[in-house]
Design a protein around this ligand. Structure first.
Ligand code: ADP
Ligand code: MG
Length: 644
């Protein structure tokens, strides 16, 4: 407890200050979320009281008939939200309402762009909690008493949303919290029962505590009065109800309340499992990615754990594997101890079972969407595809099933990222035994890779993998339905037909190039990958591709210097010319250029770009002056001819 009980004025954390300025500035389009946030806090506080009452003698009995009350006081221009939940003591008020305690809110702040429209959408999607009060209120007063403190230990907090707030100790009979908002003039239209009722229904219909709406004033009309005091939400926890009683709209509006996501979910699954260990599971596949999805790989939320309808905690990290972290939902079981801790969750066999079901049902939902195809599937794939790919790496058991859901670009599919492994297999040539792929930084680099030439010539489809994660993906997915996955850039290509041995001349040329390049390459071999390009680099059968080396380096890992092999195309004009080249210095230059070009075509980096540029320039100069010489010579001939 603080030493001082005197009224005092304190400054907000700078971050709070920043957030408040943003709130007060033109977030009209999102103003309604303030009520959602206050009601959800009231509900959280009531949940907390119920939960603490299970183990704290002093709180026993205080958790009965908990309700949330929203009242409209038009005469004073106020809206109030009250709960009889756990409440806060003075320190907690300072901590919770004076600083940004939540890491989520901090992340929200960091992701602000300064673009009002975009930021406003973020607020809607994310919810910034208590401070959203200041979207509509000129003044906010919080009166609260922690349920286990005596009545003289109430706290009043007051702020006008500028840099500071006042705090003082008060006498407060009721446990829990009352938030009083004095509305700004331009938001006075909210002092209307129908408006408020609509907003509560929209966002908070499935809050598990009764929400009572009161309209104060109107004292002269007794009948009206009774009509304005009523419970307006549907408190029965939706997930506990039988499926046949629920409509599509019920599920959708529950999702909105659960996630704050303004967009409708794509689909959902609802199960009641009975038996020695029973539980209910409600799972949603969202329509859009929450903005912080990729950042929060480890700090995840989205799967709420209830025990007999008492909210226990968000247990996403125990109930959903990382690669399904976009799933949202509720799990409720009567067969877990109410005082369960995070540590106990880890070892609970029931939770393991539920988790396995979550995985299975989630994949069912995704598979169904994939089979339906169309825009919804495309949207899903764009938003969550790279995350789902992590599953191939992390979940050995489901590897093949997840792999069947993956979509890639391919040499056959234009710009679409739409080829599944099953599509590929269906299109495979009769005598083709492998699924061929190429990894690259971008589709553009992939499509112009020299490695594709041999495949184009033989009309063999190649998957083009351009996500960062793809290199890891294929290193874990060696096989799919007994077809091997093979990189076009690795090892020997045993593509049918022209398997004839390269002739002696070609071998000699390769040897000469190897000698010229020395330590820069491993082997130089004549090959049949190429039809148009003079050369390409090849990783050995078990070695790392250039793309993998690059990714590892970018990730800050040490990668041993490895020497690439160079495959040459002896039929190419450049190599024919090199064979004729008798000047050894010039031959060496050409050999280096050949290798550098092959590296560049792969999107690789040159160890010595300056040397490359110098060589190219020398060649250009030589070529141009050669051209000029021959032009001058032929011009001279012409004039000779004319004068003759
Ligand atoms: P969040 O609810 O996501 O934690 P908020 O900004 O909405 O963030 O609230 C901040 C904190 O203030 C809450 O975590 C809670 O500890 C406290 N708080 C807010 N409203 C209430 C309330 N009605 N009763 C008790 N505590 C509350
Ligand atoms: Mg909140």
């Amino acid at each position: 407890m603080s030493e001082t009980q005197q009224p005092e004025t304190r400054a907000f954390d700078t971050e709070v200050h920043q957030l408040l300025k943003l709130m007060i500035n033109a977030l009209y389009s999102n103003r309604e979320i303030f009520l959602r946030e206050l009601i959800s806090n009231a509900s959280d506080a009531s949940d907390k009281l119920r939960f603490e009452a299970l183990t704290h003698e002093a709180l026993k009995g205080l958790d009965q008939n908990l309700e949330i009350e929203v009242s409209i006081d038009a005469d004073n221009g106020e809206i109030r939200v009250s709960d009889r939940g756990i409440g806060m003591n003075r320190d907690e008020v300072i901590e919770n309402l004076g600083t940004i305690a939540r890491s989520g809110t901090r992340k929200f702040l960091e992701s602000l762009s300064g673009d009002h429209k975009k930021d406003a959408r973020l607020i809607g999607q994310f919810g910034v909690g208590f401070y959203s009060s200041f979207i509509v209120a000129a003044e906010v007063t919080v009166e609260t008493r922690r349920a286990d403190e005596p009545a003289d230990q109430g706290v009043r907090w007051h702020s006008e949303g500028s840099g500071e707030y006042n705090i003082e100790t008060i006498e407060r009979e009721a446990q829990g919290t009352t938030i009083r908002l004095v509305l700004r003039d331009e938001h006075k239209d909210l002092l209307n029962r129908f408006q408020i009722e609509r907003i509560i229904r929209h966002y908070s219909n499935h809050i598990a505590f009764p929400i009572r709406l009161l309209e104060l004033g109107n004292k002269d009309d007794k009948d009206e009065q009774s009509d304005t005091d009523k419970v307006i939400n549907d408190t029965q926890a939706l997930w506990t109800r039988p499926k046949n009683e629920l409509s599509e709209d019920d599920y959708k509006s529950f999702y909105t309340g659960l996630t704050g996501d303004p967009e409708a979910p794509v689909s959902w699954a609802h199960h009641h499992v009975e038996g020695s260990q029973s539980y209910s599971l409600l799972l949603y596949l969202p329509g859009q990615a929450p903005y912080d999805l990729l950042i929060n790989r480890d700090e995840r939320e989205g799967m709420k754990l209830y025990i007999q309808r008492v909210f226990i905690m968000d247990a996403a990290d125990h109930l959903v594997p990382r690669y399904l972290r976009f799933m949202r939902g509720v799990v409720d079981s009567a067969d877990l101890p109410l005082n369960i801790s995070r540590e106990m969750l880890q070892d609970s066999p029931l939770l393991k079972k539920i988790r396995a079901t979550v995985v299975k049902r989630s994949l069912d939902l995704i598979e169904k969407l994939a089979n339906e195809g169309g825009e919804a599937w495309e949207t899903f794939w764009k938003a969550f595809g790279t995350i789902l790919k992590e599953g191939v790496i992390e979940d050995f058991e489901q590897r093949e099933r997840i792999a069947s859901l993956l979509r890639f670009a391919s040499t056959e599919s234009g710009h679409e990222v739409s080829t599944g492994l099953d599509d590929y297999i269906e299109r495979m040539k009769d005598d083709q035994d492998a699924i061929w792929y190429l990894t690259a930084d971008s589709l553009k680099v992939a499509r112009s890779s020299p490695h594709l030439e041999a495949f184009r010539k033989r009309d063999i489809e190649v998957l083009l993998l351009t996500d960062r994660i793809d290199e890891w993906l294929v290193s874990h997915l060696n096989q799919y339905k007994d077809k091997e996955l093979k990189s076009v850039a690795r090892g020997k290509l045993d593509l049918d037909e022209d398997k004839h041995e390269p002739d002696e001349q070609a071998k000699a040329l390769a040897g000469r190039i190897k000698k010229a390049l020395g330590e820069r390459v491993g082997n130089v071999v004549p090959g049949h990958r190429l039809t148009e390009s003079p050369g390409c680099v090849v990783a050995d059968e078990h070695g790392m591709t250039l793309q993998m080396q690059k990714l590892l380096r970018q990730a800050g890992q040490e990668v041993p210097e490895s020497k690439p092999d160079l495959e040459i195309n002896p039929g190419h004009e450049l190599l024919k010319a090199m064979r004729e080249e008798s000047d050894e210095d010039r031959f060496t230059d050409l050999a280096h250029l050949l290798l550098d070009q092959a590296l560049l075509a792969e999107g690789g980096e040159l160890a010595d770009p300056a040397a490359y540029v110098k060589r190219v320039n020398q060649l250009l100069v030589a070529a141009l002056s050669g051209k000029r010489d021959s032009e001058q010579a032929s011009a001279a001939e012409d004039s000779n001819a004319a004068s003759a």
